[in-house]
Design a binder for this molecule. Structure first.
Ligand code: NCD
Length: 302
């Protein structure tokens, strides 16, 4: 593995390898024992062209927990604002020889383009609607910790699937690892094409989550809609919001996930999001660190 551009490039064996290393770091962080100098003298350059709370911070902390230095480049303060082209910007930053680049970008495939021009590993932190591989990996780690294994797990991915790179990467990963994934969305938020053939689709949330072990809710991404597909938030919540009552349609011990940021009262009710037993939202966030430590270690640690 030279870069991490998407789950689509990975074999089941490579995914297994990353998840095993992520689990190792999750345990090590808990016990306070790991090699804090593993990436000493390495510099990770972090390029975020889109907003982020969880992803940018956990890449930063993951790199620092392994002893690397992180340079957080700021698009707003950069020479892009002086009309420097994206290509010239990348060539300029590459000339400074970072040891790895983490990039989030609104253009489809931007991380792959960067990987073709630089001499270091490139990690995709989310591109357009295409992929968000480290999110799918941290979600898989969370599911394995909770449910033991991915194989045979029933996972329902629900909500704004059409605009979600998180859904794409999760569908790819879960299918490769033998889970049974289905998608629940209203017609207008259903993707035209699935990343994997044969994924069952449902327009009813109640039917779609029946028998699910994991109910993964997605944020309604209004900023990606050309026109408002959700004219009435309250009406959407009545039909597609995950409430405690609706969750009864899933398995009794089903768990709820959401990549964040969430819209409370739109795709998810407060009591479900904050349910200490059934909601895995906080665990997902925490798992961002060991998962990204694993990816950085595999790509940079030698
Ligand atoms: C997601 C993203 O940016 O792709 N958030 C995240 O990284 N945890 C999902 C979203 O924005 O809805």
């Amino acid at each position: 593995m030279k870069h991490l551009l998407g789950i689509s490039d990975l074999s089941a064996e490579e995914i297994r390898n990353i998840l095993d290393r992520a689990r190792y770091y999750a345990d090590a962080l808990r016990d306070g024992r790991w090699d804090r100098a593993k990436l000493e003298n390495k510099i990770v350059l972090s390029l975020f062209f889109e907003n982020s709370t969880r992803t940018v911070t956990s890449f930063d902390m993951a790199a620092k927990r392994l002893g690397a230095d992180v340079v957080n480049w700021n698009a707003e303060l950069s020479s892009l604002k002086k009309d420097e082209s994206f290509t010239d910007t990348i060539d300029t930053l590459s000339a400074m020889e970072p040891d790895a680049i983490v990039i989030r970008h609104h253009e489809y495939g931007a991380p792959g383009f960067v990987a073709s021009r630089v001499r270091c590993p490139v990690i995709n932190a989310g591109d357009s609607w295409r992929e968000h591989p480290t999110q799918a990996l941290l979600d898989a780690l969370t599911m394995e910790q909770e449910k033991g294994q991915l194989e045979g797990l029933e996972v329902a991915i629900c909500g704004d699937v059409a605009h979600s790179r998180v859904a794409n990467s999760n569908i790819l990963l879960l299918s490769k690892m033998g889970a049974n994934v289905r998608v629940v969305a209203p017609e207008m938020l259903m993707p035209e094409k699935m990343p994997v053939a044969g994924v069952p689709t449902f327009t009813s949330l109640e039917e779609g989550i029946e028998g699910a072990d994991i109910v993964m809710m997605l944020r309604i991404q209004k900023e990606r809609m050309e026109r408002s597909l959700i004219p009435d938030d309250a009406a959407f919540f009545r039909q597609y919001g995950l409430t405690a009552e609706r969750l009864k349609c899933a398995k009794k011990d089903a768990r709820v996930m959401h990549p964040g940021p969430m819209n409370r009262g739109l795709e998810i009710a407060d009591d479900v999001a904050d349910d200490p037993e059934r909601s895995l939202l906080i665990k997902q966030v925490a798992n961002g660190i060991p998962t990204r430590m694993a990816v950085l270690d595999i790509l940079l640690g030698g």
